[in-house]
Design a protein around this ligand. Structure first.
Ligand code: UD1
Ligand code: UDP
Length: 453
């Protein structure tokens, strides 16, 4: 039923929050004689209204943002009649981001180009806030999708909030319970969550974390992690069996795949990790360590100084996503402090030793497929040695199903966005959400029970 102009105006002003583009819609719809989409009520739109697509901004800036957003961009792109997407790259990363975009054959519609060599977190945050503010002024959106815990996610969400653009947060609700681990990402994710209206929790555990912080349950949808979709998509698109990177001989050695770049480990802890790798190659003559080193200069300098020119330790530049998945498939074990790699290792049934004291992704450890080993040299050497010398211990950790997703996350996000923006409830029926395998891990337990000492 058509509402009068007066009612329409009052209705528009009563929306909380009032989205600037909503008022534009009201005016536009008045011209067309149809009812505007309010986002809060389900309505039967006229033909003209159907022409008004949902405008979704999708922001990414780092390698993991892009890997995890690519399936969402591709899925939304399957519904051009309903969604108009704006892929926004903050450019927090440059080379490492390009590698991902090329792999998925996606590109940014807008590039904000904020990366500066070794810039501080405050500089990075300021650049993203300012650039997003300008962008959102010029491009009215119905919703901005942010992903994860990077400064891109946090600062873009804040900029959207300042513009009263609704925020939907992909990979919401992961918590370590310590804002300094991972630093600054635990805080970034929580801060993004504060200004988020729709939380896409990847697992039931992440949903519980949000509910424990009093987020209303009808604002949370459990989707599975889009990284599982990303791996599946790449496997469909191309073979992920690549020759080994230049300089790594294909001689049947057991590969220990390493990634370590966390800010909270810079300095002594990263040195400990490197020293543990040296001990492992000395102890096990049949292993080779393959370590694609993050381009952050604070990481490169320590790793080069400690591990450069070591026999059977291969420091390589970041590899493209196909090559990394190929390495994951070929390796024997994984040592990592990366969030994404923790989620990928169980997809390939590879035991993962997590080089952190605490993780916000405890599911694999709860299932016995990963172990939190911290950053002490002796503990890392002991736990890796156990896996390299004890086939039973190895097999135990190499079996099980990935607890992080089922490859349908992007489809769930797309359906939920559509229903949410049309004001429908439930946004996604309970049975349609990702059911997961691990629930009820109290936050304290994540740290105290799992860290191997
Ligand atoms: C950032 C994210 C971290 C994520 C990681 C993924 C924050 C606070 N941190 O790490 O959550 O795990 O990315 O990789 O958002 N650089 C390049 N080329 C690149 C990328 C980086 O030269 O393609 C160099 C630049 O000098 C840049 C520096 O690395 O200033 C640091 O980049 P930054 O995004 O700040 O990295 P991290 O914060 O370490
Ligand atoms: N990755 C990659 N090339 C590399 C190292 C990692 O493509 O040389 C991928 C990896 O598969 C994972 C993601 O990058 O999906 C993890 O990113 P990163 O460790 O930089 O960030 P985090 O996940 O810790 O935030």
């Amino acid at each position: 039923m058509r509402v009068s102009e007066l009612t329409l105006q009052q209705h528009a002003l009563q929306q909380t929050p009032v989205f600037p583009n909503f008022l534009t819609r009201v005016l536009y719809c008045r011209i067309l004689g149809s009812q505007p989409r309010t986002g809060l009520c389900a309505s039967n739109y006229g033909l003209q209204e159907a022409l008004m697509k949902k405008r979704i901004g999708i922001v990414f800036g780092t390698r993991p943002d892009a890997i995890k957003m690519a399936p969402v961009i591709l899925e939304l792109g399957q519904h051009p009649d309903e969604f108009e997407t704006l892929a926004i790259s903050t450019g927090q990363h440059r080379q490492m981001l390009d590698q991902v975009l090329q792999a998925f054959d996606v590109s940014a519609d807008i590039e904000l180009d904020v990366m500066r060599h070794n810039q501080s977190l405050s500089e990075l945050t300021r650049r993203i806030l300012e650039a997003m503010d300008t962008l959102l002024t010029k491009n009215p959106l119905d919703c901005l999708l942010v992903q994860g815990d990077t400064t891109t996610a946090f600062a873009a969400a804040l900029a959207a909030f300042y513009k009263k653009v609704r925020v939907a947060h992909v990979e919401a609700g992961l918590r370590s319970g310590d804002i300094f681990q991972p630093w600054p990402e635990e805080a970034n994710r929580k801060l993004a969550g504060v200004v988020t209206q729709l939380h896409f929790a990847p697992t039931p555990l992440a949903r519980e974390n949000l509910l424990a912080e009093a987020v209303p349950s009808d604002h949370v949808v459990v989707t599975g992690n889009t990284i599982v979709d990303a791996v599946e998509r790449l496997q469909e698109m191309h073979t992920i069996e690549h020759p080994l990177p230049d300089g790594v001989p294909d001689d049947g050695s057991q590969m220990v795949l390493v990634t370590s770049h966390r800010r909270e480990s810079w300095g002594t802890e990263l040195q400990n990790i490197c020293d543990a790798l040296v001990q492992l190659v000395e102890r096990f003559p049949k292993i080779r360590v393959v370590y694609p080193v993050h381009l952050n200069p604070n990481v490169c300098s320590t790793v080069q100084a400690r591990l450069g020119n070591r026999d059977r330790v291969h420091l390589i530049p970041p590899v493209d996503y196909f090559q990394f998945l190929s390495l994951l498939r070929r390796c024997h074990i994984v040592l990592t402090d990366s969030g994404g790699v923790q989620e990928e290792a169980p997809i390939f049934h590879k035991p993962a030793l997590v080089l952190r004291k605490v993780t916000e992704r405890p599911e694999a450890a709860q299932m016995g497929m990963a172990k939190i080993v911290g950053t002490a040299r002796d503990v890392i050497v002991r736990e890796a040695s156990r896996l390299l010398s004890n086939p039973f211990a190895y097999q135990t950790m190499a079996s099980g199903d990935c607890p992080y997703g089922d490859g349908l996350a992007a489809a769930r996000i797309t359906t939920a966005l559509s229903r949410w923006l049309d004001g429908e409830q439930p946004i996604l029926a309970e049975a349609e959400q990702f059911q997961g395998t691990v629930r009820h891990v109290p936050l304290g337990a994540v740290r105290d029970v799992q860290l191997a000492v």
